[in-house]
Design a protein around this ligand. Sequence first.
Ligand code: PBG
Length: 334
Amino acid sequence: MLDLLHRPRRLRRTPALRTMVRQTSLQARNLIYPLFVHEGARNESIGSMPGCQRWCLDALGDEVGRAWDLGIRCVVLFPKVADGLKSEDGAECFNEGGLIPRAIRRLKAEHPAMAIMTDVALDPYSSDGHDGIVSPEGVVLNDETVEILCQQALAQARAGADLIGPSDMMDGRVEAIRTCLDDEGFTDVGIISYTAKYSSAYYGPFRDALDSAPRASTGKPIPSNKNTYQMDPANSSEAITEAQLDEDEGADILMVKPGLAYLDIVAKLKENSHLPIAAYNVSGEFAMVKAAAERGWIDERQVVLETLLCFRRAGADLILTYHAPDGAAWLQEG
Ligand code: PBG
């Protein structure tokens, strides 16, 4: 017999004891469900994101209704924009008759209680595949881009969005969008800011889904990555700088992205801010789980529920995840 005073295993002995001392919980209301939409008449599957679709507007409402019944209370919409509508300044992003405003209006009519979040950035609408306007010299322009982002946010708010999500990483965009929304009377529309968004290879499948990767289509030099605006994965305290700026500029929720490799940043923001913290379990993280599960190398259900719980443990109040409906269904099964 070891002469031990402390035996931490005592509190792990039975399910009842383990439940009593469990520190973190995961519920469907913690999940935000990202959905891709397109103009087509049918849903299209996405090769690198098994189980995800580009939803046609006719089928979108039923999927959102299903999510609601599973306990999910927020969806975020991403558009696959036809090539013919893309331009260098991405002006389609503020077309009030465009895909996203129409999708929002329809969902608000069919499921008025579901919170709708949007993404604000030019990449799905940009013929250059960047989140901002690219100058003839190949520089992603900050202030000129922010003006367009404000128009985009306004079009989304007019359609009925509850939460505007700037994902572009231009400086000063949160304050500019807040002011613009307020001036137009949308004082109650919130901003969930992609505060610490890193320049990451984990976004690959998302860019496939929207066909939105940076590309050179004109003679203009187009940067092949987003390193001049998205953050360097090597940096940590810079996330606090971004968080302080977004708080000061009027953000309601702060987000970290990607998620799994950046849980230290989630924890840091949680410690340094009293705002709700969100984390984005991005497309590449989803694809890795799906690929391994398809091969029978991991148990998908257990890995997903563990992963989502760990986001909560790190400090995420909210998790954007493509696993949302499966996760919520598994939580309901208990
Ligand atoms: C657009 C945007 C991206 C994602 C969300 N909004 C891609 C990017 O910045 O290149 C990625 C989401 C994911 O990978 O799941 N600015």
